[in-house]
Ligand binder design. Structure first.
Ligand SMILES: Cc1cn([C@H]2C[C@H](O)[C@@H](COP(=O)(O)OP(=O)(O)OP(=O)(O)O)O2)c(=O)[nH]c1=O
Length: 216
């Protein structure tokens, strides 16, 4: 068992199978306990919400919520939103919304913002951060959009696509962390965990030192 201090429980505050899989890749033992406190995106004019600030706020809310149930644990939460033309896109509510989101993203670049929060339930100490990845989606015909929505893949994904699935065929290019798009930026997470002396590669393997609160 690499990394965690003896007796320290790591809790992933997420219902996302992608986040479970990504955290599992790091080889740190953890348990899953999803939070239900995520706020719906408010209906505000374009540009009114900063995507990274929104994702950060939701990640902190989720982590604090679950930390209350796990005294002594280190709790990890994340949140992911897509931003295009100053509008934030979460998960589509229905098929029509998924089609509209994909039409808005087709043939251009957009941004994916994820916030990550690690909360020490024993002390209340928090390490948090955000990452933004630029993603290009190729031009799509209406028939392609409908066919993609028919696969069912878009429905539980921010922006109505999954870069890790069939959606990979829509994305010719990204600039930034791939794992950020899937929902859990692993390089950032490793830096945040190091603030609590949890090291993916063992002592000295992660650059950050366990000082400061890790805020961006
Ligand atoms: C853009 C994109 C998003 N997503 C997913 C990641 C997130 O699971 C989801 C965004 O929704 P979130 O609200 O961030 O997360 P969630 O509700 O799925 O899970 P939880 O709050 O319990 O942690 O979109 C992909 O899987 N692939 C992609 O390419």
């Amino acid at each position: 068992m690499s990394g965690t201090s003896p007796g320290r429980t790591l809790v992933l505050a997420s219902s996302s199978p992608r986040r479970v899989q990504l955290l599992g890749m790091l080889g740190l033992p953890f348990i899953q306990d999803p939070s239900r406190v995520e706020e719906p995106l408010p209906d505000v004019p374009p540009g009114a919400l900063d995507p990274a600030a929104w994702a950060h706020r939701q990640a902190v809310r989720k982590a604090r919520d679950v930390a209350r149930r796990h005294p002594g644990a280190l709790v990890i939460a994340a949140d992911t939103v897509v931003e295009v033309d100053g509008r934030l896109l979460g998960k589509p509510r229905d098929r029509a919304e998924a089609v509209a989101m994909l039409a808005a993203l087709a043939g251009r670049e957009h941004r994916v913002a994820s916030g990550v929060a690690v909360v020490d339930a024993a002390t209340g100490r928090e390490a948090t951060g955000t990452r933004i990845t630029r993603v290009w989606i190729r031009p799509l015909t209406q028939a392609e959009i409908e066919a993609y929505v028919d696969t069912g893949e878009p429905m539980d994904k921010a922006g109505a696509y999954a870069i890790q699935g069939i959606g990979a065929t829509l994305v010719p290019r990204i600039d930034g962390c791939y794992f950020n798009v899937v929902g859990l930026p692993l390089a950032l997470l490793a830096d945040l965990l190091a603030h609590f002396d949890v090291r993916v590669l063992g002592r000295g393997g992660v650059a950050a030192t366990p000082s400061g609160d890790g805020r961006p």
